[in-house]
Design a protein around this ligand. Structure first.
Ligand code: GLP
Length: 244
């Protein structure tokens, strides 16, 4: 894992945008893996701005999102599909049929997980995967205890994750109890991975990630098994890390 330390959230987003844009411009066809949460919002804003100003085209880009809540459809404001439309897809030239997000309303969730995972593999896997990190070390919704060889699956959300994400819902009772998430193995099959971390609330988990041995107690530590992972973290997220 390589770490780039940046000043703040704005700089973190700029750096990530530069890498996304140069990846999109470097190949005929690119598969992007996308994350949600508050962390990548600024990255998506910068991508939209770059699309407007520099015309970077997403016509040949296919996207796969990491996760989706079980029980929410794209019309629900808290769904990750709604989030992606609102922050990115509605403003760039990506063809709608190139957008893949797990369907949290699927009748057969197991089938949906299998379908989604196979789709990624059939498409030739992800070229560049964007990740945020949960305060407990989750990536996607792979909670502590998740197997490193897991593929796309249904997870029960931990109470701490439901609590952390309740800020987007009217009340904690409205936060779904389950989600579909790309598995850790699925994520590790991406050619390049960028993990973004910003702010005090990520300081503890980033220090753990950089110092602990890989173990399922800290799902993000699986990234140590990957040859091309870049962590872009700001000063606040790196405050407990000795040499920045
Ligand atoms: C959420 C998402 C993750 C995200 C993480 C951090 O629950 N499932 O993909 O990376 O938690 O969220 P935030 O960026 O809001 O801190």
């Amino acid at each position: 894992m390589k770490v780039i330390g940046v000043k703040d959230y704005v700089e973190m987003c700029q750096k990530a945008k530069e890498i996304v844009v140069s990846t999109v411009r470097s190949k005929q066809k690119v598969n992007l893996g996308l994350a949600t949460g508050s962390t990548p919002m600024g990255l998506y804003k910068d991508m939209v701005e770059d699309f407007k100003n520099n015309g970077t085209s997403y016509h040949n880009v296919t996207t796969f999102n990491l996760d989706e809540y079980v029980g929410l459809d794209g019309g629900s404001k808290q769904s990750y599909r709604y989030y992606m439309n609102t922050y990115l897809f509605d403003y760039i030239d990506i063809p709608k049929e190139h957008i893949f997000i797990p369907n949290g309303k699927a009748k057969n969730l197991e089938e949906e997980c299998k379908r989604f995972d196979e789709l990624i593999q059939k498409s030739g896997n992800i070229d560049l995967q964007i990740l945020g990190i949960g305060r407990n070390g989750h990536i996607g919704f792979n909670e502590p205890g998740s197997r490193f060889d897991s593929r796309t699956h249904v997870v029960k959300l931990s109470e701490s994750t439901r609590q952390a994400n309740s800020r987007y819902f009217p009340s904690i009772a409205d936060v779904p109890t389950h989600a579909i998430t790309m598995g850790i193995q699925t994520i590790l099959e991406s050619r390049k991975i960028i993990l973004l971390a910003s702010g005090d609330s990520k300081a503890n988990v980033i220090s753990r990630l950089l110092t602990e041995e890989p173990s399922s107690k800290l799902p993000a530590s699986a990234l140590k098994h990957h040859p091309d992972v870049l962590i872009i973290a700001d000063e606040k997220a790196l405050q407990y890390v000795a040499s920045k």
